[in-house]
Design a protein around this ligand. Sequence first.
Ligand SMILES: [Zn+2]
Ligand SMILES: [Zn+2]
Length: 359
Amino acid sequence: MKPDYYQTLGVDRAADAETLKKAYRKLAMQYHPDRNAGDAAAEAKFKEINEAYAVLSDFDKRRAYDQFGHAAFQQGGAGAGGFDFTGGFADIFEQMFGEMMGGGGDARGADLRHDLTITLEEALSGVEKTVRVSCSAACGACHGSGAKPGTGYTTCDACRGRGRVRATQGFFTIERTCPTCGGGGQLIKDPCKNCRGDGRVRDEKKLAVTIPAGVEDGTRIRLNGEGEAGARGAPPGDLYVMLSIKAHPLFQRQGPHLLLRMPIPVTLAALGGTVDVPLLEGGKTELTVAAGTQTGTQVRLNNKGMSMLRGKNRGDLYVELMVETPTKPNAKQRALLEELAKLDEKGDLFPQSRAFGKT
Ligand SMILES: [Zn+2]
Ligand SMILES: [Zn+2]
């Protein structure tokens, strides 16, 4: 047995339109699928609420329901023609909550996307960039209204200013957005010549975008209201700046840290000493290399990595030492290397190489 529509919404049979709307809004918010993901009972309840409201908020359907009950909407029932409820709920919901959000009428402008590439150094320090965006802007001549200055609007005849038209199908009426005025309810008497009545013109704007220190590759920065202008004075869209960070020839980013693969001469690795390490922010710092350093050894330099998005700390810089072997020694150097090889009488100069695979 299908529950009574009035009971579903928790109102009495004499409830007026405003009471119905309030009751529906409260219940629809409570049982909306976005708030009850995966809850089948809530979903069923949401459908019931929508169905009840779809009927009771429509004068003709409510009258039929009052007279015939659920039979009014069954195929071949007393209502004749029946009414399909499978579609249209989202429509009702959006229409109502669109109204609440101050929407309705002309469409908001489209969002825009702008791709911006910065260097790793810029991501470290933060940077201000100017972006040029080609977009539509409110027409200066008519201030975005689309009407020729000094002229006004007339009410749309097709919908009598309601923005929605009704089509009668048998016993019932179905409402849809008015195709003549596009839902605005108003028509321009005399269109603005500059924008041909659209209220928008093409424009290029320059915008300053502040990019904070420590941004990640792929960060999306939203600039509110900097997208396409809306038609005839509707709110503008947003501009999304999509950041990418260019690969650096020396430094690799690893989250908050940086990795630097640095070659050092085999002689330095064997004997120990110091070496200058370049820094991403410019300049360098001296690093002590221990005698007998192997290739692949990582040395951490605290606080020399990337900036963090929040807070003043920086990540660390990991210097990975790569021992460089001479490839083109001259005759004298070669003789010295040969001498060194000969001096390895006991075979303990390169113990790892000697021992490898022998156990
Ligand atoms: Zn204009
Ligand atoms: Zn209209």
